[in-house]
Design a protein around this ligand. Structure first.
Ligand code: NAP
Length: 282
C-alpha cells in the first residue's frame, strides 16, 4: 500500500497559486479572500487562522469577518456586502453556523462568481449539470488527489460514504462527471460494508472515527479519507481505520496530511481564479 501524499499535492498547487497571485498583483489586482466566521468556536478559529496564514504566504490578502452571536439576517447582510465589494474576489461562509441556520439558506447570498467554496446552490446545480464551476473545496480536493494518482476514473466503481451538501454529494457529482460509476451511501444504507467492498475508489466522508474497517475495502482499492475526528489527546483521526485498511488498500490518504492540505490549497486556487474572472466580469 502506498500513502497518497496530500501535503506534496498541496505544495505543488500552492506554488502555482503563488505564481498566479504575483502575476495578478503585477497587473494591479490584489487577490482578496474574505472569510465570514459566525461562531467563536476555538477549532473554527484555528482553522480560519490557518487559511489566512496560507493565503498570505502565497500572496493573497485575507479578510476575516468575525460576527458575534449573529442571526441569519446579519450573516446574510455581511455576505451581500462582501459580494458587492469590488475589492473582494472570494467569499467563504465558515461553518458551523448558529443553530437553525442552514448553509444553503445563507450561501445563496454569496455572488456565484465569488463563491469559491461552492456554498451557493447555483454552483452545486452547475456541478450537477456538468458545467464549469467551483465545487466545495473539500469535494474538489478528493478529485484533485485522485487525479494525481495513476488511475482511470472512467468506468471505475466509486463509492462515496456520506451525502452532505459540502462533501459527499459534490464529491459524487465530480466523480460522475469523470464517468465513474458512482454509488452514494449514508446512514440508512443497508449492507454498507458489502457495497464499499465493490469500490475501486472509496471515499469516506462521515465523521465517525475509524468506521471504515478492513471488511469495507476491496484489495487494491484507492481509499480517500475525508473524515477529521478529534481525539482525546488533541490529535486527529480519519473515518478509516488506517492500521486495519493499510494492508488491504492499494492507496490510502492519511489523516492528517491527506485531504486537509489540498482543501486549503484549492480555496487559494479558486480565489486567484475568481480574481482573474473579476477582470472580465466587472
Ligand atoms: P455531515 O454533514 O455530518 O455528513 C455526514 C454524512 O455521513 C451524512 O450523509 C450521514 O448520513 C453519513 N453517515 C453518518 N453516519 C453514518 C453511518 N453509520 N453509515 C453511513 N453513513 C453515515 O459531515 P460532513 O460535513 O460531510 O463531513 C464529513 C467528515 O468530513 C467529517 O469528519 C468532517 O470533519 C470532515 N471534513 C473534512 C474536511 C477537510 O478538509 N479534510 C472538510 C470538511 C469536512 P445521513 O445523511 O443519512 O445523516
Amino acid at each position: 500500500m502506498s500513502d497518497i501524499d496530500g501535503r506534496a499535492v498541496a505544495k505543488a498547487l500552492r506554488a502555482e497559486v503563488a505564481e498566479a497571485a504575483a502575476r495578478l498583483r503585477a497587473e494591479g489586482t490584489a487577490p482578496l479572500l474574505a472569510v465570514v466566521v459566525p461562531t467563536d468556536d476555538e477549532g473554527t478559529a484555528w482553522y480560519v487562522r490557518s487559511i489566512k496564514k496560507a493565503a498570505e504566504k502565497e500572496g493573497i490578502d485575507c479578510r476575516v469577518e468575525h460576527l458575534k452571536d449573529p442571526g441569519k439576517d446579519e450573516i446574510v447582510a455581511k455576505l451581500q456586502e462582501l459580494s458587492a465589494d469590488p475589492a473582494v474576489h472570494g467569499v467563504i461562509c465558515q461553518t458551523p453556523l448558529p443553530q437553525g441556520v442552514q448553509l444553503a439558506e445563507v450561501g445563496r447570498h454569496i455572488d456565484p462568481i465569488k463563491d469559491i467554496d461552492g456554498a451557493n446552490a447555483t454552483n452545486l446545480g452547475r456541478l450537477g449539470a456538468g458545467l464549469r464551476t467551483w465545487a466545495p473545496a473539500t469535494a474538489a480536493a478528493v478529485l484533485e488527489l485522485l487525479k494525481h494518482e495513476d488511475l482511470t476514473l472512467e468506468g471505475a466503481r466509486a463509492v462515496v460514504v456520506g451525502r452532505s451538501t459540502v462533501v459527499g454529494k459534490p464529491a459524487a457529482l465530480l466523480l460522475l462527471n469523470e464517468s465513474a460509476t458512482v454509488t452514494v451511501c449514508h446512514s440508512r444504507t443497508k449492507d454498507l460494508a458489502a457495497i464499499c467492498r465493490e469500490a475501486d475508489v472509496l471515499v469516506a466522508a462521515v465523521g465517525r472515527a475509524g468506521m471504515i474497517g478492513a471488511d469495507f475495502v476491496k484489495p487494491g482499492a484507492t481509499v480517500i479519507d475525508v473524515g477529521t475526528n478529534p481525539t482525546e489527546d488533541g490529535g486527529l483521526v480519519g473515518d478509516v481505520d488506517y492500521d486495519a485498511v493499510a494492508p488491504i488498500a492499494g492507496r490510502l490518504t492519511p489523516v492528517p496530511g491527506g485531504v486537509g492540505p489540498v482543501t486549503t490549497a484549492l480555496l487559494l486556487r479558486h480565489t486567484v481564479q475568481a480574481a482573474e474572472l473579476s477582470k472580465t466580469h466587472r
